[in-house]
Design a protein around this ligand. Structure first.
Ligand SMILES: [Zn+2]
Length: 362
């Protein structure tokens, strides 16, 4: 009886407020605003909920339990994930650009579009940048300079299939984008954090697996038996790695070295087909160039992974590198450098197959 009476009283109060033109939302607004202001402040490591305590050497500028909208807009503000997000978004844009340049070989509409862009942004910019990066990237860039002209003049030449090349570009873009999304939204909630971390790990595994496609496919194009063995092996390793990492406990900070070992193991298994290919193509002059590219890739990935595991330099001066210069940002830059070096090698493999076809390789 008493509770009924209470309810009736509440209803009367609500009705009275409705009559005054106050909706529920408006009523709650001032209170929410106060709460939100408190929430959107950047916090210190000690104030973080347990699942976000990942790196104790980064002391401040954390976003914790932010609403999705605020997390999204934090793309444009400074916090300790800003450069983690931006490095991989820029990497994504670079790989999207490379994909468009290569797609333009085959689709006239894209060719027109890319042609328009290259008119607007002078090609010399690409050349200057590439020459500054030295011979490694310079050679790769020389392949992307004249996308439209090359496709027209090369129509009569034997053309190798493109899909393994695009599989790699797609894998790289997926990895870079899922990593960016993870760094942007991981601060929202425990559930989303766990989900995005898994997507991020899956992205890394996909990047590694898809990286194997161009070299394995083109090198062993005349030997489908080995092609199949290597591609199935690396794909199986990718699946096992992703399934292992689906278990939430592996996302914790203390499993950092374990995760790195799994991914590094996947990547390093590429040494076997690389040695095989080096022996099979002993007399091929382009062998050393591609090996140099792939050695650059391996060095970049391993150096990046070392930073990721060691958490250097923030370990030496905790709090000093919160916004810029901490290990994860350095790791991201090395990932992009490694992927670009691998792109350089993939372009050479592709051109080689365009030129020599299959019979000449044996
Ligand atoms: Zn990252």
């Amino acid at each position: 009886m008493e509770s009924n009476h209470h309810k009736n009283k509440q209803n009367t109060v609500m009705k009275a407020e409705e009559e005054q033109g106050l909706t529920m939302e408006e009523k709650e607004k001032p209170e929410n605003e106060g709460k939100a202001k408190k929430q959107w402040k950047l916090v210190s490591y000690d104030e973080l909920p347990g699942y976000m305590k990942e790196n104790e050497f980064i002391k401040n500028y954390y976003r914790a339990e932010w609403p999705l909208k605020n997390a999204l807009f934090s793309f444009f503000s400074w916090h300790n994930e800003t450069l983690n997000i931006w490095t991989h978004v820029l990497g994504f844009i670079v790989f999207l650009g490379l994909t468009l340049l290569h797609v333009s070989h085959h689709v006239p509409e894209v060719a027109q579009f890319v042609g328009h862009i290259t008119w607007t942004i002078p090609v010399s910019t690409v050349e200057n940048v590439s020459s500054n990066l030295g011979n490694f990237f310079g050679e790769a860039a020389s392949y992307i300079k004249p996308p439209v002209i090359v496709s027209a003049s090369e129509k009569s030449a034997p053309v190798a299939v493109r899909w393994p090349f695009f599989v790699f570009l797609g894998g790289a873009m997926f990895c870079l984008l899922s990593s960016s999304a993870c760094h942007l939204f991981c601060c929202h909630s425990r559930r989303l954090n766990l989900f995005l971390l898994r997507v991020d790990y899956a992205g890394i595994a996909i990047m590694i697996v898809t990286s194997f496609f161009p070299p394995i496919y083109y090198i062993f194009q005349c030997d489908p038996h080995w092609q199949l063995i290597y591609l199935v092996s690396i794909s199986a390793m990718g699946f096992v790695t992703v399934f292992t990492l689906l278990s939430p406990q592996f996302s914790a900070g203390e499993f950092r070295a374990y995760r790195a070992t799994l991914f590094a193991g996947m990547g390093l298994s590429g040494i076997i087909p690389a040695l095989h290919a080096a022996v099979v193509n002993w007399g091929e002059p382009r062998r050393n160039v591609t090996l140099a590219y792939e050695a650059t890739m391996a060095t970049a990935y391993l150096t990046g992974t070392a930073f990721y595991v060691a958490r250097v330099p923030e370990r030496w001066k905790p709090g000093r590198f919160d916004l810029a210069g901490h290990s994860h940002q350095i790791f991201h830059v090395f990932v992009i450098a490694g992927a670009l070096a691998h792109y350089g090698a993939a372009v050479i493999f592709l051109r080689w197959r365009d030129e020599v076809g299959c019979a000449a390789a044996l």
